[in-house]
Design a protein around this ligand. Structure first.
Ligand code: UT7
Length: 363
């Protein structure tokens, strides 16, 4: 008789070291599908106009996945770039968290697919689904694992092939969203860089205002034609969004022991330019401190904040020691805000280099 045996790779162990560690961002990367879908193309699909979409949302175009692309393939590409930037090998990762609500499968998780594609042999891997707040939930979660000293290196990705979930006959929703991925590598450190405060919240009573049923819903909850469809009450979500973003940003800043004048860059979830503008008006933040790219990408859900952050880094808008505020809201309802202190202590530069070198077999 032949028995199938499985040899388990050696995973990272929670070391339970110091509780005073921090988690700084050492790598970043994005992946955006090549296909650009413009507002004039949307005019061919539904009864809409470029003028309406721009005036009501600020969106001019969005990226859409090609047939060969999925949430996991985009996450892998963004993750590889982030690892390269950090000077780490995939084998150095202890943890992979993917924020998504459009995974390739119900199971296995997208994070396990990414773990396998990257060859991150000792990493724990799981997904977080918190709608558009997912990336900040994931970033806060990964930071805790590093801050306790349990893990040293984590990859956090927001990735969405969200356009595959859309009803292309519904002008109320299909013009709003796009696809893409953004990734950060976090490494534990002793100096106070990385997440300085976080606010995470939820109110499930808002679930009926923005949802997409899945295969496991009660059959009676499905539409008569059997096709699950995204439902959103846009104006009600809009009202919730402005209050949640403003309040969450304020509380995250206060919890970090800072005031609004200490904030160097504000990176809001890119859902609607009018939501962003109302939020910064309430917060009294000047426009030059705000990252806005919704015009080119639409709402990429969990990927929106990491894509915006990566663009800001590439444009030289983020400097060592800067305090960044990242804030989001999403289906659930959920909301999330955090203060991130940018920079990499000298100890990390050395450690990242030696880990990548060791993984490549260098002395
Ligand atoms: O990340 C979380 C995801 N969700 C959101 O962030 C959505 C938040 N909400 C919004 O962004 C806005 O509420 C929308 C963009 C969805 C809608 O904008 P609005 O200014 O709140 O418009 P409205 O819902 O008040 O609709 C005004 C009109 C309606 O027509 P009637 O009933 O007044 O005749 C809509 O049918 O605009 C119509 N409309 C459109 N017209 C042309 C809705 N979508 C479209 C469209 N093109 N694409």
């Amino acid at each position: 008789m032949v028995y199938f045996t499985w040899s388990y790779p050696r995973e990272s162990r929670g070391k339970g070291q110091s509780l005073n560690n921090h988690a700084c961002v050492t790598g970043w990367g994005t992946y955006l599908p090549e296909r650009i879908l413009t507002n004039s193309e949307m005019e061919q699909l539904v009864d809409t106009s470029d003028a309406w979409i721009v005036e009501h949302t600020g969106i001019s175009q969005r990226r859409v996945v090609a047939d060969h692309e999925t949430t996991s393939t985009m996450a892998v590409e963004a993750g590889r770039k982030a690892l390269d930037e950090a000077g780490l090998a995939a084998e150095d990762l202890d943890l992979i968290i993917i924020a998504t609500v459009s995974p390739d499968n119900y199971y296995p998780s997208c994070a396990c697919q990414v773990q396998d594609s990257l060859g991150a042999k000792k990493a724990a891997a799981f997904d977080i689904g918190a709608g558009c707040s997912g990336f900040l939930y994931a970033l806060s979660t990964a930071s805790q694992f590093l801050a306790t000293g349990a893990y040293r290196n984590a990859l956090v990705v927001g990735s969405e092939a969200f356009t595959r979930t859309l009803n292309w006959e519904d002008r109320n929703t299909c013009v709003l969203f796009g696809d893409g991925a953004g990734a950060l590598v976090l490494q534990s450190c002793q100096e106070p860089y990385g997440v300085r405060s976080f606010i995470l919240g939820s109110d499930g009573s808002g679930g009926k205002l923005l949802y997409l049923r899945n295969l496991c819903a009660r059959p009676g909850d499905w539409p008569a034609d059997g096709k699950p469809r995204m439902y959103m009450d846009g104006p009600k979500v809009f009202k919730f969004a402005v209050g949640a973003m403003t309040d969450t940003a304020r509380r995250a800043i206060e919890q970090a022991g800072l005031t609004q004048s200490d904030i160097d860059l504000f990176i809001p979830h890119q859902a609607n330019l009018r939501i962003i503008n109302s939020t910064i008006r309430f917060l009294r933040l000047p426009e030059d401190k705000v990252v806005v790219n919704i015009g080119r990408f639409g709402n990429t859900v969990s990927a929106s904040i990491p894509i915006a952050l990566c663009e800001a880094i590439q444009e030289g808008r983020v400097k060592d020691g800067d305090h960044l505020v990242l804030v989001s809201f999403g289906t659930g309802f959920t909301w999330a805000g955090l203060v991130l202190r940018w920079g990499v202590p000298a100890e990390i530069g050395k450690r990242a280099f030696s880990q990548a070198g060791a993984a490549r077999g260098e002395a």
